[in-house]
Ligand binder design. Structure first.
Ligand code: SF4
Length: 412
């Protein structure tokens, strides 16, 4: 991706019910705000495309080089199809390279929130990637998480998606739950693999302060997560996904159909990395991991553009009201220094299995990362967390498990 390309993200804060582990800016019982929220988002999108500050990427009032559109949340699939259509058409009408077959358009869907008709309509609107929040394939665990859907719902949503022609489907899975055994995870993976999606995201549970799950753990209802078990679960998932033909390309993400890359713990030569990257990898999320520009729309959405990060007010109601009053929805801004941009480019890039190529880093910053981070690289390499060759730096298998120990060393 070139630095002139841009990714668009639209956030929707609506959920059917609140999951016990979730601290996202997402709310149940707000469906009466769906229509005004949709109108507000569309206005924000239009304002952004008309903004002279964005002129480098806006030609004739339209973005000239969009890489991806991502409708995330929350549960965007809960929105009525009329709202989703308005949002997608608003984005698409402001993109001049819309005909490019490589634009990835993703929507997140929770099982049971999009029936066959809605999925067919989304496909017809150009959505070409579906991300289904399956989480686990076990009804008792889904109930404990207050997910609001069953395994049967997951299977039904998946089957509908295939029937209407989605050929790029991600399944979101979670591991490390206090009431999840290694066998539970194995069963979830086995059942998920039978479906043969194109992509898997597998996220470790993080117990966030203030969530229902955090209270349950504090009250002793469940034990806190066990780090050792989590590491074993992660390694088990790596092995099962690898054996099933999925190539890991990021700490938490696997895609089908690309060249396998062996992570070696020694300084052995790295295989040829010039072969085509699978287009089944999440093109939108690659933008984040490559520290490339993106624009976020909606309550609490973040943007990163031209050396600045800025974010919107989190409250959906305040967001709507500000738009209606014609005010800015930006709640904060942060100028990203060159030093911070370099560090973030490295630590985000290290999340990828290919790591960061020194030539790419030099082309972007005019600096040799090996010289600048020599000490940090050496420390992490000595701990077996990093592999450094003449061409690139990347995490070892052990480094993927202990990535934070590498990342904090790199931050200014
Ligand atoms: S569906 Fe997702 S965003 Fe909504 S409450 Fe559950 S975890 Fe949070």
């Amino acid at each position: 991706m070139s630095h002139n390309e841009i990714a668009l993200f639209v956030f929707t804060p609506f959920c059917k019910i609140k999951c016990t582990y979730c601290d996202f800016n997402a709310y149940a019982h707000l469906s009466r705000w769906m229509v005004p929220y949709t109108d507000a988002v569309i206005q924000e999108i239009r304002r952004s495309a008309a903004c002279p500050e964005r002129s480098r990427r806006v030609i004739g009032g339209r973005w000239s080089n969009v890489r991806s559109i991502y409708l995330g949340g929350g549960t965007p699939s809960l929105l009525p199809i009329e709202c989703l259509e308005k949002i997608l058409r608003a984005c698409q009408s402001l993109i001049s390279n819309l005909q490019s077959p490589s634009i990835e358009i993703t929507i997140e869907a929770n099982p049971g929130t999009a029936d066959e008709d809605k999925l067919r309509a989304l496909r017809a609107l150009g959505v070409n990637r579906l991300s289904i929040g399956a989480q686990v394939f076990d009804d008792a665990t889904l109930r404990r998480l207050n997910r609001g859907h069953t395994v049967a719902d997951t299977l039904e949503t998946y089957a509908c998606a295939r029937r209407v022609g989605f050929d790029n489907i991600n399944l979101d899975l979670i591991y490390g739950l206090p009431f999840q055994t290694l066998d539970d995870l194995r069963t979830t993976l086995e059942r998920a693999l039978v479906l043969a999606p194109e992509h898997f995201s597998l996220y470790a549970l993080k117990v966030e302060e203030g969530t229902g799950l955090a209270h349950q753990i504090a009250r002793g209802k469940y034990p806190p997560p066990d780090d050792e078990l989590m590491a074993t679960m992660y390694e088990t998932a790596e092995e099962m996904l690898d054996a099933a033909g999925y190539a890991q390309y990021e700490i938490s993400n696997w895609a089908r159909g690309e060249q396998r890359l062996e992570i070696r713990d020694s300084q052995s030569p790295i295989p040829n990395l010039q072969s085509p990257i699978s287009n089944l990898q999440s093109q939108h999320n690659l933008t984040y991991w490559r520290n490339e520009p993106y624009l976020g729309f909606g309550a609490g959405a973040h943007s990163y553009l031209d050396g600045e990060r800025f974010w919107n007010v989190a409250s959906p109601l305040e967001y709507i009201q500000r738009i209606e009053r014609g005010e800015s929805v930006v709640a904060g801004r942060e100028t990203i220094s060159r030093e911070l941009e370099m560090a973030e480019t490295l630590l985000l890039g290290l999340r990828l299995n290919v790591g960061v190529a020194f030539a790419d880093f030099y082309a972007r910053f005019g600096e040799d990362a090996r010289a600048r981070y020599a000490q940090q690289f050496e420390q992490a390499r000595a701990l077996g967390l990093l592999e450094v060759t003449d061409e690139r730096v990347r995490l070892t298998r052990r480094g993927r498990l202990l990535s934070n120990q590498v990342f904090w060393r790199l931050l200014p």
